[in-house]
Design a protein around this ligand. Structure first.
Ligand code: MG
Length: 268
């Protein structure tokens, strides 16, 4: 090889590489290039057959109440084997305040929940004493008392109360982003995404609970980070716990009892 050829080849090589890099850059900027570099084929999402309507449980849901019985629920109280005492009729269940609240027999951590409720058309009372109930997204009391994280259920169609205690609130912690209440007598639905809190071995908080809630299709809680247990009196705080049941509240106010139907859940 002639000695003059070497520098020329080197120059040619450098120029070629520069040209290729510039072309690649321009192609990328123009949206060209190899699209398959950013396309993945695993993991493949599992097939879930949805319900005929969004209210019906998808194929992988745990159906907690389908209108037939309360076999998957127990009564609030120290006797954890006691059957839930609410009335099942017309494919719905109606709160029996004397029988206290009801809890799922199964315990859960993170989940997607669907639940429907109806304030009776003949509801009376005002403020917190008008169709008050609640969904404790995790009830951490062994006896099933109101200790946990309450998503409020209340009639707020033309009924006012403290805003962090109205329907769609995380009770006394987070004001709902809207009030999409339907009239008493009409069915309403909650779609909830619950991420349970995590605790360290020494019982201290590792990660706070988070919740997203839709009420009647309207976002009312947007990935809200809970400050702790929802407290009637005093500030919220965290207390270590593991998987926990879900509780439906029987509130002590004298207003007419509300009803629930179509309750299902997908563990996440
Ligand atoms: Mg309540």
């Amino acid at each position: 090889m002639h000695p003059i050829v070497l520098p020329s080849l080197k120059k040619f090589f450098v120029l070629s590489v520069s040209f290729l890099l510039a072309t690649e850059l321009l192609s990328a900027q123009a949206g060209k290039g190899d699209p398959t570099l950013t396309e993945f084929y695993s993991p493949v999402p599992k097939i879930v057959t949805p319900g005929k309507t969004d209210a019906e449980p998808p194929s992988d849901a745990i159906v907690l109440f389908d209108g037939k019985n309360l076999d998957l629920w127990r009564a609030e109280g120290p006797d954890t084997s006691k059957a839930a005492g609410w009335k099942v009729h017309d494919h719905i269940m109606t709160v029996d305040k004397k029988a206290k609240g009801i809890l799922t027999r199964q315990k859960f951590v993170d989940y997607q929940l669907h639940a429907e409720f109806r304030i009776p058309e003949n509801i009376t009372g005002s403020g917190q004493a008008r169709g008050n109930s609640g969904i404790f997204l995790a009830c951490i009391s062994d006896s099933g008392a109101d200790v946990g994280y309450e998503l409020q259920v209340l009639d707020n169609y033309n009924n006012t109360t403290y805003v962090n205690g109205q329907v769609g609130s995380i009770y006394k912690q987070s004001v709902p982003l809207a009030n999409p209440s339907r009239k008493p007598g009409e069915w309403q639905n909650y779609e909830v995404i619950w991420t349970a809190p995590r605790f360290k071995a020494d019982g201290s908080l590792d990660a706070a609970a988070r919740v997203t809630v839709f009420l009647n299709g309207v976002l009312v809680q947007n990935n809200y980070t809970l400050k702790g247990l929802t407290q009637y009196i005093g500030q919220p705080y965290y207390k270590s716990h593991g998987a926990a049941p879900i509780k439906l509240q029987a509130h002590g106010d004298p207003s007419e009892p509300i009803s629930f139907r179509n309750i299902w859940l997908r563990p996440l």
